[in-house]
Design a protein around this ligand. Structure first.
Ligand code: GDP
Ligand code: MG
Length: 830
C-alpha cells in the first residue's frame, strides 16, 4: 500500500532531542491508547519538553504541564508534534483551549484531518466523496467499482479534510482483497476519523460493518446515507438514541444530492478537536463465554506483547478468537514464543466445542445480536414489514403486553422448580449429616475432639450443605434461560421499568442470580458497560434475598407465622427489592448526578440449550458458593463453636456438676425421678455454660445495640456470626437457644424453644422474646444487614474499597433502622 503523503513529513516526539521543545499536534493509535495519553496531558496544543532522550534508552522522560512523565520509545512515535524553539516555548502557555497563538504555532500542520470513508458497497461513498471534493469518480449501482483509495479534499473553515474513498466492503475480515485493504488502511494509516457511511434503507446488514469498527476502537462519525429512501419507505429511526447507544455522532445524509455533507464535516472537526461531547467508547458484549475467552487472550497479549498502542488488544483478541489468519500472523510478529496464538487456539477450540459451531459464526452471531438490540430500540419499519430486523419470536417475547406475563411465568416456574425439586436432595442431605453425626458420636471417645467434630463441624457444615441443591438447581435454570438467549430478552423488557429505578435493563440478570447467591450475581454485573450502572447494581444486589437467608425465614415463619406462611415470605422478599430500588434512587441522586447513559441491549441469537453447557455454566456460578462453604463457613463454624465451648468451668457450672453428681448418688429417688432431675440440671448447666462462654459474654456486651429492636443477646450473637455467612445464623441459634440438640433449621424443637424463650431480666422479664413482630423485625434485619464476607470480597474486587465499605455500613445501618421501624410501628399501633 502506498503511504499517504502525511506520514513522510510528520514529526513525532521521537524526533525531538533532549532539551528541545515541541507542541503536540495529534496522537495516533487506537482509542484507549490515545485516551490514556490524553489523561497524562498529551493533548493537542500542549507543549512538551524532552528531558532525556538518549539513544537506546527506554523509557524517555518528558516534561508536560509542569510534571514529568515517561513514555516508551515506541509510544512516542504516536505523538505528532511541531518543534518550537526554547524562546517560543517559554512564552507560550496552554490553558486547555486552542488559542490564536496555538493556531499560529501549529500553523497548517494541525489543520489537516485525515478521514477514511468506510462502508458497504453501494451505500453511496463515492457519491459522498464526489460531492464533497468536487471530483468525478465513477459512481455505479454495482459493487466493486472502487478498487483503490482515491484521495480528495474538502475545505471546512480553515481545516483541510482529506477524504480517502476506500473500497466498499460488507465486513472487515480477510476474505476479499477489498476487506484486507480497508483493514490495513485503518490499522496502518491511522486515519484521524473514520467516516462510516451506512445505507439507511438497509440498516441491519450495514451496521454489521459498524460493529467491526467499534471493535477496532477507531474515532468514528456515521453518515446515515440514503436517508431519503428511509423516509420514502415510511420507516422511523430515532437517530439521537442510536447515536447515544453507539457513542458517536450520526448525521442523516443524502449524498447523491449533497445533503448533510457540511454537517458531517462539522462533526468531524468537532470530534477531531475533542469538542464533541457525546462520545464514548462502547464494547459489544459477546456474552459470558466469549467475553471470558477474549479476556484470557487479552491478558496473554498484555503479558507478552509490546503493541505500542497501535492496535486495540480487544480487537486483536476478538479476531484471533474468530480465527482470523491475518491478525494471527500480525500478532505472531510481536509474539516470539507464540503463547498468545496458543491461548487463542485453545479458547477457539473450547468455544467451538461448546457451541458446536465455527467460532467466526458465533462471533458474527453476537454482532448481529448487538445490531438487533440497537435497532429494536430505535427503529420502526414502515411499509415493508418483511425487513423487520428481529426474529419473529422476539415480537412475542419482547412484546409490550405479552412480554411481562411470559417473564413472570418463567421466573415463577424457575423458583417453583428450585424449591420443590430441591426439597428432595435437601432432605437426603439432612438425614445423611444426621446419620454422620450419630456415627461419629458412637465411634469417637468423649471429649473436646468429639464435640468439635460432631457439634462444630458436622452440625455446622451439614446445615449449610443441605442448602446446596437449591442453589445448584436455581443456577441450572438461570443458565438455561441465559443459554437460550431468553435472559437477554427479559433484560430488554425490564429495561423501561429498571430505568425508572435509575438502573439498566441489564441489571435484571444479576438481580435474578442474586436470589441464589450474591457472589456470582456481583460478578455478572460485568456485562454492564457503564461503571455507574455497575456500581449501583453491585451495591443493591445484596438486598435480593439470597438463598442462604432462606433457612432462617423458614425457621421463623414456621414458628410464628403458621397462618400466612407464603404471604410473610413474599413480604420479606419484596421488602428487599423495595430497599434495592430506594437505595439505587438515593445513591444515584447523591453520588452519580450526571445523566444515565444508554447502552445497546444485545439480543443474541436463540440457541437450543445443551445439557452440557447448562452444567458448565451452573458450575461456573456455583464454584464461588462451594469455595465459601469449604473455607469461610467451615472456619467460622469452628470458631463459633470454640467461642461458645470455652471456658468449660466456672464456680456456677461446677456447682451444677456437683449437684448432678449428688442427684445421681441419691438413693431416695426413683430411677425416673433421678433421670428427670439430672436432665433438667444438665440443661441448666449448659445454658449457664453458654452464657458464661466467650460468645455469651460478647453477646451480653453488645446486647444494648440490639435492645431497642427488641432482640435479646442470643439474637445479637447470631447476627454477628452471620457476618461470616448468613447460613450460620440458624446454626448459631440452634446452639444458643437449644443447647442440647444439634443445629437444624427444620427441627421443631428449635422452633419450640424459640416460642417458649422468655426475657430473663429487664422490664419484660418473664415475657416471651419472640413476638411475631420481633420475629418479623429479625427477618428484616437478617435480610438487609451486612452481606456475607464472600459477597463483600466480591464487591471489593468488582468495584473498590470505598464501595465495599459503603455497602458494609450502609446495609447494616439500614437493617438496624428498618428493624427499629418495625418495632416502633408495632409498639405504637398495637
Ligand atoms: P459506493 O459503492 O458506496 O461508492 O456507492 P455509490 O456512490 O457508487 O452509489 C451507489 C448508488 O446509490 C448510485 O446509484 C447513487 O446515485 C446512489 N445513491 C448514493 N447516495 C444516495 C442517497 O443518499 N440517496 C439515494 N436515493 N441514492 C443514493
Ligand atoms: Mg464507490
Amino acid at each position: 500500500m502506498k503511504k499517504d503523503e502525511r506520514s513522510e513529513k510528520v514529526l513525532t516526539l521521537a524526533d525531538v532531542k533532549t532539551g528541545e521543545y515541541g507542541v503536540i499536534v495529534r496522537i495516533t493509535g487506537h482509542g484507549s491508547f490515545r485516551h490514556r495519553l490524553m489523561e497524562m496531558g498529551f493533548v493537542r496544543g500542549e507543549k512538551v519538553k524532552v528531558i532525556r532522550n538518549a539513544p537506546l534508552r527506554d523509557p524517555i522522560e518528558y516534561e508536560i504541564m509542569g510534571g514529568h512523565v515517561s513514555l516508551r520509545r515506541i509510544e512516542d512515535r504516536r505523538v505528532e508534534v511541531v518543534p518550537v524553539t526554547e524562546e517560543v516555548a517559554n512564552n507560550y502557555l496552554f490553558h486547555g483551549t486552542i488559542t490564536e497563538e496555538t493556531e499560529r504555532i501549529l500553523g497548517k500542520v494541525g489543520k489537516k484531518i485525515n478521514v477514511a470513508l468506510v462502508g458497504n458497497p453501494n451505500c453511496g461513498k463515492t457519491s459522498f466523496f464526489n460531492h464533497a471534493t468536487g471530483m468525478r469518480e465513477k459512481v455505479g449501482n454495482y459493487s466493486g467499482v472502487t478498487v483503490d483509495s482515491k484521495l480528495g479534499y474538502y475545505q471546512y473553515k480553515d481545516y483541510t479534510i482529506a477524504l480517502a474513498d476506500l473500497p466498499g466492503t460488507y465486513s472487515i475480515t480477510e476474505y476479499t482483497p477489498e476487506e484486507l485493504y480497508v483493514r490495513q488502511y485503518i490499522m496502518e494509516q491511522h486515519p484521524d476519523i473514520v467516516l462510516n457511511i451506512v445505507d439507511a434503507s438497509n440498516l441491519e446488514r450495514n451496521l454489521f460493518l459498524t460493529t467491526q469498527l467499534i471493535d477496532m476502537n477507531v474515532p468514528m462519525v456515521m453518515a446515515l446515507n440514503m436517508y431519503d429512501e428511509l423516509e420514502k419507505n415510511g420507516d422511523q429511526l430515532d437517530i439521537d438514541t442510536l447515536s447515544e447507544l453507539f457513542g458517536f455522532p450520526i448525521i442523516p445524509t443524502v449524498s447523491s444530492k449533497g445533503t448533510g455533507i457540511q454537517e458531517v464535516m462539522a462533526k468531524i472537526v468537532d470530534l477531531y478537536e475533542n469538542l464533541e461531547q457525546h462520545t464514548k467508547h462502547i464494547h459489544i458484549n459477546y456474552g459470558t463465554d466469549l467475553e471470558k475467552s477474549i479476556d484470557l487472550i487479552k491478558e496473554e497479549m498484555r503479558e507478552h506483547l509490546d503493541l505500542s498502542g497501535a492496535y486495540s488488544t480487544r480487537y486483536l483478541a476478538i479476531e484471533m478468537l474468530a480465527g482470523d489468519k491475518v491478525i494471527s500472523e500480525l500478532v505472531g510478529k510481536f509474539d516470539d514464543d507464540g503463547s498468545v496464538g496458543k491461548v487463542a487456539d485453545e479458547q477457539r477450540a473450547v468455544i467451538e466445542k461448546r457451541y458446536n459451531e465455527d467460532a467466526a459464526t458465533i462471533v458474527s452471531g453476537a454482532k448481529y445480536g448487538f445490531v438487533r438490540g440497537a435497532l429494536l430500540e430505535t427503529y420502526t419499519q414502515g411499509k415493508d414489514k418483511s425487513k423487520q430486523p428481529a426474529y419473529s419470536i422476539d415480537k412475542i417475547l419482547t412484546n409490550r403486553w405479552l412480554g411481562f406475563p411470559i417473564l413472570i411465568f418463567f421466573l415463577w416456574f424457575m423458583f417453583q422448580m428450585t424449591f420443590t425439586l430441591g426439597a428432595y436432595p435437601q432432605a437426603w442431605l439432612e438425614s445423611f449429616f444426621g446419620w454422620l453425626g450419630e456415627v461419629f458420636t458412637r465411634i469417637l471417645p468423649d471429649g473436646i475432639f468429639k464435640d468439635l467434630i460432631v457439634d462444630g463441624i458436622i452440625a455446622g457444615v451439614g446445615g449449610v450443605c443441605s442448602f446446596l441443591p437449591n442453589i445448584l438447581i436455581l443456577f441450572f435454570f438461570i443458565s438455561i434461560l441465559e443459554d437460550t438467549g431468553y435472559m437477554a430478552r427479559a433484560a430488554f423488557i425490564m429495561d423501561k421499568l429498571m430505568h425508572r429505578m435509575g438502573l439498566h435493563g441489564k441489571s435484571f440478570i444479576p438481580y435474578i442470580i442474586g436470589f441464589g447467591c450474591s457472589v456470582p450475581a456481583i460478578m455478572a454485573t460485568r456485562t454492564l458497560e457503564n461503571r455507574k450502572d455497575r456500581i449501583l447494581t453491585i451495591i443493591t444486589v445484596p438486598f435480593m434475598s439470597c438463598s442462604a437467608r432462606l433457612p432462617l425465614y423458614t425457621l421463623i415463619i414456621s414458628a410464628f407465622f403458621t397462618q400466612h406462611k407464603g404471604l410473610v415470605l413474599t413480604a420479606v422478599y419484596l421488602f428487599g427489592i423495595v430497599m434495592a430500588v430506594v437505595t439505587s434512587l438515593i445513591v444515584k441522586k447523591v453520588a452519580f448526578k450526571t445523566e444515565r447513559d444508554q447502552f445497546v441491549m444485545e439480543l443474541p441469537p436463540y440457541r437450543i440449550p445443551t445439557f452440557r453447557n447448562a452444567m458448565i455454566h451452573m458450575w461456573d456460578k456455583s464454584v464461588q458458593y462451594l469455595k465459601k462453604m469449604g473455607t469461610v463457613i467451615l472456619v467460622a463454624t469452628v470458631i463459633i463453636w470454640a467461642l461458645e465451648y470455652f471456658p468449660q468451668h466456672s464456680p456456677q457450672i461446677d456447682s451444677y456438676s456437683a449437684q448432678i453428681e449428688q442427684v445421681e448418688k441419691d438413693g431416695s429417688l426413683t430411677d425416673t425421678e433421678r433421670e428427670a432431675q439430672v436432665a433438667q440440671l444438665e440443661l441448666d448447666r449448659s445454658a449457664c455454660q453458654i452464657e458464661n462462654s466467650y460468645l455469651g459474654r460478647f453477646g451480653k456486651f453488645i446486647a444494648p445495640v440490639f435492645r431497642p429492636l427488641g432482640f435479646d443477646w442470643q439474637m445479637g450473637v447470631s447476627i454477628i456470626t452471620g457476618f461470616a455467612a448468613k447460613e450460620i445464623v440458624v446454626a448459631s441459634m440452634g446452639v444458643l437457644y437449644h443447647s442440647d440438640a444439634e443445629a437444624d433449621e427444620n427441627s421443631s424443637s428449635l422452633q419450640n424453644s424459640l416460642k417458649t424463650h422468655v426475657w430473663s431480666d429487664g422490664p419484660n422479664a418473664g415475657q416471651p422474646v419472640f413476638t411475631p413482630w420481633v420475629a418479623f423485625g429479625f427477618m428484616i434485619f437478617i435480610l438487609l444487614y451486612f452481606p456475607c464476607v464472600a459477597a463483600i470480597t466480591a464487591i471489593k474486587k468488582e468495584s473498590n474499597t470505598k464501595w465495599m465499605l459503603f455497602t458494609m455500613f450502609y446495609t447494616t445501618g439500614v437493617a438496624w433502622l428498618a428493624a427499629f421501624a418495625v418495632r416502633l410501628i408495632s409498639t405504637l399501633a398495637f
